[in-house]
Structures are given as structure tokens and as C-alpha cells.
Design a protein around this ligand. Structure first.
Ligand code: AMP
Length: 308
């Protein structure tokens, strides 16, 4: 297995200024693996659902090369459910409901066929569960990336720091970076956080793009200016999935390749927000993705100014 993802596979109910959904398929693990499957077909997912989760979605994921041996299906139990409502600016949201259900006692079993994975993407989950997966792998993957959120900083900071110390790339948003480091300046925050363990830090700034920090290098990628953002749910997970899928498929963890991986993640995320849930990710194809990646190149391409 080249790429292994851990993350929630869930139902979401979303309310935005543009509309409202009943329960639809969501979950960090779902967005990550669907996004990474555009690049990496040799991948597996560790997660848990109840027997209420649609088999058609699982079949669709398998068709895209996502191995589901590590997806536990609990008979008579319900899948994780999350509901959120976005404010008018679409940048902030309130969580209305979090029903852990099967996630409450999730024991992330690593199937034998997932051992020796080269890339590991830890989606947003309890830091103990994320760490368990690292500890249950016989060999440390070549690259471990991790997403997390302010919720874990509020209730399990020490556990979170123990897991952060074990990963290579931490992917968080600007508010989370400020909370985790106690620094307002993102450059200072990046330094403080990298002293906690990760050699690389990606700070997502929503519609304002993303920053990659490594040693003395900083790379900035814009987000594509979109006329309409319909539903931002899963944009961060899609970004992380595209990023890791690209690195894993190219098997190159140089800083230069990480820049390309960030553009791959940003391009996929720009599609995710155009429709509710995973709908748009399910509709696009590789040529649409390539087109959008080229738009990113054009967006900030310029030749060095000539001094006269
Ligand atoms: P994002 O918009 O990138 O923050 O990701 C949204 C996805 O994360 C939704 O599809 C939810 O199902 C999932 N999610 C929300 N809260 C949690 C949580 N506490 N643990 C795991 N997954 C979550």
C-alpha cells in the first residue's frame, strides 16, 4: 500500500446561505481519500461506520482505487453524524450537532495488507487514535501528515502535542496555528510549531490560500478566486487529500514537489466548495483537474520586473 488514510466516514447535514441538506455523505476520511484517489490508486482507508452507511458510496470509493479492508462496519450501530451552519461570510460556521456514535469507541485496526505503507495521512480525529495508528504500523512511513482542529487543542492539548511530535507535516488553519503557538504572527507561529516536531507546516487561510513552511523557506499558494462558494465543508480535507495523493503518486517529498502538491490540493478544494458535500468531487474528471491546476499556474505567474 502506497498511501494510508485515517479519518471519519460520516453523515453531515449542512446549512449555508444558499441552502440546506438532509443527511449526506461526508467525513474527513471520505473527502481525503476521494481527493487523493485522483492521483494515487494504491491506497487504503482506516475508519468505522454503522450499518446505515450507503453501500453505493463504498462501491464508488472502491471503484476509485480506495481499498476498504480497513473500514469497519458495525452491525446495529450508527455512523458518525455532524451538522453545521455557515454564517453569511462562509468563512465561519457553528457546529450544531456532533453525534460520535461508532467513533466513540473506535479502535483503529490496521489490516496486514496496510503494513509498510509509504505515506500516512492522519485526518482530523482524536489525537490518541491518530497516535495509535502510527504505533500499530511495523515500519514508520516515509512521510506522515496530520490534520487537527481547535476542538482537540481545547480538550486534549497534551495528547495532541504528543501526536504532533511524531509527524512530518502538520496541516492546520491560521486560527488554529495562532491558538497552538500562542503567537499572532504566522511566521513566528510556524517557528514555534515546528519546534514541537513537524519539519513542515502548512497553514491554510481559506479563501486567502495556504502557506508552506520548511526551515527558512516559505511558499505561498493562492486560492482560486471563485464567484460563488456554495459549501466549504470538506475543503480542508480535500486539500490535504490532494496534497498527500500527489506526493504519494510522485513519491517525491522535496520542497519543490510539495509546492506542486499544494497546488493539486488547492485545485481539488476549489471544486469541492462548488457543491454540497462530496458531490462535485464525484463529478469531476482528471482533465477538469488539470485545467484547474493550470489556472493556478496562470494566476500568479509573472516574469521578474526589469529595473530601468
Ligand atoms: P472540514 O470542513 O475540512 O473541517 O471537514 C468537515 C468534515 O469533518 C465533515 O464532513 C465532518 O463529518 C467531519 N468532522 C466534523 N467534526 C469532526 C470530528 N470531531 N471528528 C471527526 N470528523 C469530524
Amino acid at each position: 500500500m502506497q498511501l494510508l488514510t485515517v479519518g471519519s466516514v460520516a453523515f453531515d447535514a449542512i446549512e449555508t446561505p444558499f441552502g440546506k441538506t438532509d443527511k449526506i455523505v461526508g467525513g474527513a476520511g471520505t473527502f481525503i481519500s476521494l481527493a487523493s484517489s485522483f492521483f494515487e490508486k494504491n491506497q487504503g482507508l482506516i475508519s468505522v461506520v454503522g450499518d446505515d452507511f450507503p453501500t453505493e458510496t463504498m462501491t464508488e470509493m472502491e471503484k476509485r482505487g480506495i481499498n476498504l479492508t480497513g473500514l469497519q462496519i458495525k452491525k446495529g450501530e450508527k455512523s458518525f453524524f455532524w451538522s453545521g451552519k455557515y454564517h453569511n461570510d462562509m468563512n465561519s460556521r457553528d457546529t450544531l450537532v456532533t453525534e460520535l456514535n461508532v467513533l466513540e469507541h473506535f479502535d483503529p485496526i490496521v489490516p496486514e495488507s496496510y503494513q509498510n505503507s509509504n505515506y500516512l495521512m492522519l485526518g482530523n480525529l482524536s489525537p490518541q487514535v491518530q497516535r495509535q495508528v502510527i504505533e500499530r504500523l511495523n515500519n514508520r512511513p516515509k512521510l506522515i501528515a496530520m490534520d487537527t482542529m481547535n476542538f482537540w487543542m481545547d480538550i486534549a492539548l497534551e495528547e495532541l502535542k504528543k501526536t504532533i511530535a511524531l509527524v512530518d507535516v502538520l496541516i492546520i488553519n491560521d486560527e488554529e496555528a495562532r491558538q497552538l503557538s500562542g503567537d499572532y504572527s504566522l511566521v513566528k507561529a510556524a517557528k514555534t510549531i515546528r519546534e514541537m516536531g513537524p519539519k513542515y507546516l502548512i497553514i491554510k487561510k481559506g479563501e486567502h490560500g495556504a502557506l508552506l513552511f520548511h526551515e527558512d523557506n516559505i511558499f505561498f499558494a493562492p486560492a482560486l478566486p471563485l464567484e460563488e462558494v456554495f459549501d466549504p465543508t470538506g475543503a480542508g480535507d480535500t486539500f490535504a487529500g490532494g496534497f498527500m495523493g500527489y506526493l504519494s503518486a510522485t513519491d517525491d517529498v522535496s520542497f519543490d514537489n510539495m509546492k506542486r502538491a499544494i497546488i493539486a490540493g488547492s485545485a481539488l478544494a476549489s471544486y469541492t466548495v462548488e457543491k454540497f458535500g462530496t458531490q462535485k468531487l464525484m463529478e469531476i474528471n482528471s482533465s477538469m483537474l488539470e485545467e484547474r491546476m493550470n489556472e493556478f499556474v496562470k494566476l500568479s505567474e509573472f516574469s521578474a520586473p526589469v529595473l530601468v
